[in-house]
Design a protein around this ligand. Structure first.
Ligand code: HAM
Length: 427
């Protein structure tokens, strides 16, 4: 027996029946990004591994465990992109964007790759809708509110209601250092009770303990009282201003002092949007400010903020049935009974398509019943019947699938004008 080949673990085909949901999400995103004046950027699917190591952090799970490195290119060392921010920043620096504009506002839609253990809502190839605002003028609490508001408005547009926006501030790089010291002090007497991985993380990256999914770790973290003594006055004021800007735009949020995010580049504002129907992988999207990253990758002193939403999780959370009704209809499906009919049918579909109509035909001569049920499945609005009598009489019969009303249309000397006109009237 021939061995069948399956799709790689953690990847999924997006079949034609589901594509309309994807396209609607992509189109709505593009429309909204335009309103906010964000421009599309497309970066490579793979980059030098060092880019991700230097930006996401050597101790982050994404770099440590999930980078999918390309074999056969040992010298440079390339990896599939696990997210979009690092590539956008690399491109911003490489193209000298700071010399061209004071604020670059980008968006992207595309596949990302992480070697994770697959489960519902967690894939190895998944898709993100992301936005990044980078520039010398990028430190403004209103830009934080713009980016957060944009993420929320996208989810609203997709028809999602049941989600929660959580925000926090990590402060400056120095504040982050102070925060990790405070956390180590507060968790020190519980250290031996933490899971093995968190005990390892204790010195390397204590923040990871805060979002560990292990029951004991989350209980210990649940009892932690995190104040804001690690934050400088400047960071506190900035966070107050961000909250004020969110309030002025009527964006509902919850302050979550334990929200730290899994990637190293964040400073100041961080946020996450969770969907209540999603189970353990409940983050619909997340983002934050990454003040030091542009400089750290060899660029100018630019500030930046962005987010990414996961399309698969959005679709999981959405009521898909509602979207399926929007599947495009066929304007015409041509039914034939012999080779002669097929020749005429092919001429008709070609003419209809040339005139911008959505048309298809049966490529096999089957019974009328079978062909009608195929037309039904394809959601055809009208069936064009090309039978023996019709060919003899230089005509076709149009059957309206909703009303079952039939109409004869003349086709003299292969002149399809009348037919096209009829279809245009029906559209
Ligand atoms: P992230 O939190 O790693 O952030 O991913 C953002 C979103 O991508 C998640 O909330 C989730 O919806 C989706 N996602 C992540 N991993 C998977 C997966 N394995 N399977 C399915 N969906 C997934 C970032 O990627 C940052 N670059 C966001 C950002 C942009 N921060 C600033 N700018």
């Amino acid at each position: 027996m021939v061995k069948k080949i399956s799709s790689p673990r953690g990847t999924a085909d997006i079949l034609p029946a589901d594509v309309s949901v994807w396209q609607s999400i992509e189109n709505q995103s593009r429309e909204l990004f335009k309103c906010y004046n964000y421009k599309e950027i497309r970066t490579p699917y793979f980059e030098e591994t060092g880019l991700f190591q230097r930006s996401l952090g050597q101790t982050s799970d994404v770099v440590n465990k999930q980078l999918l490195q390309l074999a056969g290119d040992k010298k440079e060392g390339y990896s599939l992109r696990p997210e979009g921010t690092a590539s956008v920043v690399r491109s911003y620096i490489e193209n000298g964007m700071d010399r061209k504009e004071s604020l670059s506002k980008y968006f992207y839609l595309g596949a990302m790759f992480r070697g994770e253990r697959p489960q519902k809502g967690r894939l190895r190839q998944f898709h993100q809708i992301g936005a990044e605002a980078i520039g010398l003028n990028a430190q403004s609490p209103f830009l934080d509110a713009e980016i957060i508001g944009l993420a929320v408005q996208l989810l609203n547009r997709f028809g999602l209601k049941d989600f929660k926006l959580k925000i926090n501030t990590l402060g400056t790089l120095e504040d982050k250092e102070a925060f990790s010291r405070v956390l180590r002090e507060k968790l020190d007497d519980k250290r031996v009770e933490l899971c093995e991985e968190c005990q390892n993380r204790f010195n390397r990256n204590i923040f990871r303990v805060l979002d560990c999914k292990n029951n004991i770790c989350s209980q210990i973290v649940g009892q932690l009282d995190i104040g804001d003594e690690h934050l400088s006055e400047e960071s506190r004021i900035y966070f107050e201003e961000v909250k004020g800007a969110l309030n002025s735009a009527s964006i509902e949020y919850f302050v979550e002092p334990k929200l730290v995010r899994g990637l190293d580049y964040y400073t100041h504002t961080v946020f996450e949007i969770t969907g209540s129907s999603l189970g353990s992988q409940d983050a619909l999207g997340a983002g934050g400010r990454y003040g030091g990253l542009v400089k750290q990758l060899g660029g100018p002193e630019a500030d930046a903020i962005g987010f990414a939403l996961g399309i698969e999780r959005i679709i999981l959370a959405k009521n898909q049935a509602q979207d399926k009704q929007n599947d495009p209809l066929l304007d015409a499906f041509i039914v034939t009974f012999d080779n002669c009919g097929q020749k005429m049918a092919f001429q008709i579909v070609s003419e209809l398509r040339k005139n911008g109509l959505v048309a298809d035909m049966s490529f096999k001569t089957a019974s009328i019943k079978k062909q009608m049920s195929q037309a039904n499945k394809l959601n055809a609005r009208t069936v064009v019947i090309v039978g023996e009598d019709e060919i003899k009489n230089n005509c076709v019969v149009l059957k309206d699938m909703a009303t079952a009303v039939q109409e004869k249309i003349d086709i003299n000397n292969d002149n399809f004008d009348l037919l096209i006109q009829k279809f245009k009237e029906r559209k």
